[in-house]
Design a protein around this ligand. Sequence first.
Ligand code: SF4
Length: 255
Amino acid sequence: MNSIIYGPVPSWRLGRSLGVDLLCAPGKTCSFDCVYCQLGRTTSATTERREFVSMARLTEELKEVRGINADYVTFSGTGEPTIASNLGQAIDLARSILHLPIAVLTNSSLISREDVRGDLAKADVVVAKLDAHSQELLRQVNRPMAGLMLSDIIAGIKLFKSKFTGKLCLQIMFIEANKNFAVEIAQVASCLLPDELQLNTPLRPCPVKPLPPPQMASIKGNFHNFRNVVTVYEAPRPEVKPLNLQETLRRRPKL
Ligand code: SF4
């Protein structure tokens, strides 16, 4: 049986990050199939929320890592964490056992749903993906399931931000396919009032080449109106000794 908890792993955004994979199923369970995904192709494409791991099992695993040296507990893992219908409960549980701040990395695909926004609102930090300014670019870069509309995603992020008391980060993954649309993506991002903007390019092994530092620096220039912008090349990565190195490498979490 795969373990739900992995790491801590070094994250350029979250320091020493203890990962929680509420999907914990073979393959990848996601509503997107991003061309740059380091987990390979989506094997279980779904937008249907359901419980994958029980709270009893999560409680056991969380108790095993109580006292661990980590900066964040991060809900991420082998797909899109908001597909797990017990995400909100799991956040409450992790906080009560580990007493650490909680982050969720989401692809934003289900954020137009009230129940998803309610679960995400329990986190201290939400990192929401936004790689496109148009439905066509979303289709090219993120390969969403049929019916997922960028307009709903943008409206959902906006609504979420209007009520969220934690920190909302927007993460934009830049690759060849969307690098020429930085101005347009910045315009959309500016309506969402993120607390932080994270400009990324895929540095871990995946089917798509990362953009080199000069291109990322030039892209960053389009986001000069934001007060807090970080790029993956500028961010320090903390040195950590993973709790379970083999498991961590095998799962290649998308931190
Ligand atoms: S990068 Fe994230 S959102 Fe995209 S396919 Fe992989 S797990 Fe899903």
